[in-house]
Design a protein around this ligand. Sequence first.
Ligand SMILES: NC(=O)c1ccc[n+]([C@@H]2O[C@H](COP(=O)([O-])OP(=O)(O)OC[C@H]3O[C@@H](n4cnc5c(N)ncnc54)[C@H](OP(=O)(O)O)[C@@H]3O)[C@@H](O)[C@H]2O)c1
Length: 345
Amino acid sequence: MTLLNSFQADDIRDRLAGKSVLVTGGTGSFGKQFVRTVLGLDCVKRLIVLSRDEQKHFDMMREFDDRKYPAIRYFLGDVRDLERLQMAFRNVDIVVHAAAQKHVPLAEYNPTECLRTNVWGAENVVRAALDNGVETVMALSTDKAVNPVNLYGASKLAAEKVFIAANNLSGQGQTRFGAVRYGNVVGSRGSVVPFFRNLIRQNADALPITDDRMTRFWITLQQGVNFVLSSMCMMKGGEIFIPKIPSMKMTDLAHAMAPDMPIKIVGIRPGEKLHEVMVNEEEARTTRELADRYVIHPMLSYWAGGDQPEGEPVPEDFRYASNTNTWWLPEPELLGMISRLDMDL
Ligand SMILES: NC(=O)c1ccc[n+]([C@@H]2O[C@H](COP(=O)([O-])OP(=O)(O)OC[C@H]3O[C@@H](n4cnc5c(N)ncnc54)[C@H](OP(=O)(O)O)[C@@H]3O)[C@@H](O)[C@H]2O)c1
């Protein structure tokens, strides 16, 4: 298993000790697991959860009560609203930007809504972070930002560019921006495992799969959170971090979850890819390989010193994709991982 599973708690505790941390989209799947993890480390000064819907905040307050966790703050706000972000980011040291509109078909139908949240929201996070002297901003991105074929992916690619280029705005100032990029999170809201689980519970006739060749990377919510935290510990500014994780075939997943249920091929959906790509050949030129991750360094980095980045350069035609990955999850292992999943529905 990768280093992603061996949570480097001491390093992370050192990085977060006494800091004020804010997570946008803190009431979402990632956000809640992030909050659970950071509160478990018991080292931050403040942990601010920012998102719009008050009901989600209210539900979360029941689980993470501020009497038990005095560091936590519930801050209603919209990343489209710069003024509100300016207020939220006051005296904040670290921002993790997880808020997003993430559903591909909804973004296709409502393109400007997706752009407002994912792109202008990113720009607002950058501005508020610079104005408030935030030290570190780590944004969450997705494989769909690589060679995008839908607006969600294109908006996340634009957001990545906004964050990486923000290091130029900061110049020699103190604010540093980076991003992590990973694929479908198994068990997150709207993902395939809860979807299949519901169909199995309802005794459906078959499990639908769009294409029997389809492959995906496998990352759990906790691994995603650990990855964001460990990437934050090594970030210098301008990097995109990509975890080394296993691949699975969608048909193997369906078979592992319901061995006796037939699979129905329903055809690839608009904006869906057959395989996930996390580093493409163009990005390979500035990509370095570490033991448990790839790091894409910026093509233009006027702010950076002349330090040689860590790790080995990848081959020129390198591509990190779910179908050509060398690490696969066989069915029995998939089943074990599904049963251990901390589902966040
Ligand atoms: N889930 C995956 O498979 C996956 C894979 C790769 C990357 N990612 C990325 O990881 C991040 C987190 O994803 P997730 O699965 O945790 O999503 P999620 O469960 O849908 O949570 C999204 C969060 O963002 C908040 N939000 C949405 N629009 C907002 C706005 N305009 N202003 C403030 N908050 C807003 C939502 O709360 P309100 O609606 O109440 O505001 C919610 O708290 C996203 O950036 C996503 O692109 C996800």
